[in-house]
Design a protein. Structure first.
Length: 438
């Protein structure tokens, strides 16, 4: 339904469009007289920019006929009924279970065009990653799983943790992550690693040999997400720089490929604090619509590695440039945005201090704002914790007992979330099926 309000007070008119309750509205008003403008907009039950009065729940359809205003009012009761019939934003947990129990962590899933779901995860050491990367397959919407093989095994002291993503046409599955050469007793941010990229073109049955992605000479890197495959065919593979213990996460960069990962001729900076104070961990990237991307990060003060609100950035040119980081207002850690359409997101994040758990939000965003419309708990470990009195937040990493929540939209419109957790004394992979009503 289109509504047009026309206010004619001479030859100069101004036009504004409003949307409320799913109804597109257009209002045109004269430039002269603020009181006249206020009265006119109040008649329509709308508020013009700069008018602080509250919108009234009255719809008005107006047509311009020889500078006359013909008004058609819809009853308040009809509007009220429409508002009552609209569901409140909600997330339902449909089901949950386990995929793997072999001291595994860092899962990420994709759904193939035939409906099969693949999930990758590292095996051995849990979140400390002492082995290679396996994958499992589900043919029943994620409720049961079979481990099918190894994407990349551990070789010598080289461990790896690869995460899956899929091309826009569904023909290629990508496995991207870190191959690390760690020495015994090494701390976070120490040692050497390299970004590794594998592909499968037969639905995850077989995998290519790994190739190393150039990352401007930075090593080590924290790699916390799979390759982002865009509708345009472009690939972005991210990583956070770990240059020294006092500059952990100073940059989040991404290598860019426009030929399916054969070459990586360009790099972009996804996160950087212009003041040089904040660092960024656990980067997560998503395509909201063609050309529009969003990224989120667990954000810290580099001096001491102390948590602050998670931040987000936006790209409007297919990932080549990114906005200045903005706070979400959420004191979380790992945070994953899953686009729902328009400016709406399903957001999963770790809450590790206070009442712990994996939290799920329904969010709208703009370039500068992050608004939560619903909050619930997806995973409750029944634990609570306060930040310990330590010299550096890095010292607390070894005590984490759950993490890395991500989710994908399935063909039937539900969402399959995965994360790792320590249950029954060992690390494993948990899946959770969600239904979003918004």
């Amino acid at each position: 339904m289109v509504m047009e309000c026309v206010f004619s007070s001479g030859k100069h008119n101004r036009q504004r469009k409003y949307s409320n309750s799913g109804v597109r509205r257009t209002i045109v008003w004269s430039k002269d007289g603020s009181r006249n403008l206020e009265d006119q907009t109040r008649i329509c039950g709308l508020t013009a920019p700069g008018n602080a009065s509250k919108k009234r729940p009255v719809l008005l359809l107006s047509l311009r006929q020889s500078h006359r205003l013909v008004e058609y009012h819809l009853s308040r009761s009809a509007v009220a009924q429409q508002e009552r019939s609209r569901p409140m934003p909600s997330i339902e947990i449909v089901d949950s279970g386990r995929i793997d129990e072999r001291e595994s962590a860092f899962p990420q899933a994709v759904q193939l065009p035939n409906g099969d779901i693949l999930c990758s995860f590292n095996v051995g050491g849990g979140a400390h990653v002492t082995g290679g990367t396996d994958w499992a397959r589900s043919t029943d919407g994620g409720r049961t799983w079979n481990v099918e093989g190894t994407i990349l095994p551990r070789v010598g002291n080289a461990t790896n943790a690869l995460k899956l993503s899929i091309s826009a046409d569904g023909k290629t599955v990508y496995a991207y992550g870190s191959r690390s050469y760690r020495e015994e007793g090494g701390r976070f941010g120490e040692g050497h690693n390299e970004p590794i990229f594998c592909t499968s073109t037969d639905g995850g049955r077989t995998w290519s040999e790994p190739s190393v992605v150039p990352m401007m000479g930075f090593s080590p890197l924290e790699i916390s997400h799979g390759a982002l495959a865009l509708q345009s065919g472009r690939l972005l593979v991210p990583g956070a720089t770990l240059e020294s213990q006092d500059s952990l996460g100073r940059l989040v960069i991404a290598a860019v490929s426009d030929d399916g990962g054969q070459t990586w001729p360009r790099h972009t900076t996804v996160f950087e604090d212009p003041d040089g104070v904040h660092g960024y961990f656990e980067q997560k990237l998503a395509e909201v619509e063609p050309g529009l991307l969003i990224s989120t990060c667990w954000t810290i003060v580099m001096n001491g590695v102390t948590d602050i609100d998670d931040h987000f950035t936006i790209s409007r040119d297919d990932g080549l440039t990114w906005s200045r980081p903005k706070p979400t207002g959420t004191m979380g850690q790992t945070m994953t945005p899953i686009p729902l359409g328009g400016d709406r997101l399903l957001v999963l994040y770790n809450r590790r201090y206070g009442q712990q758990g994996v939290v799920m939000n329904l969010v709208t965003f703009t370039d500068d704002a992050w608004t939560i419309h619903h909050e619930g708990i997806m995973y409750d470990p029944n634990t609570s914790a306060e930040r310990p009195d330590v010299e550096s937040g890095v010292e607390t990493f070894s005590g984490f007992q759950f993490g890395f929540p991500t989710a994908i939209r399935l063909h039937d419109g539900t969402y399959l979330a995965t994360h790792w957790s320590q249950e029954g004394g060992h690390f494993g992979i948990r899946w959770t099926l969600l239904r979003v009503d918004w």
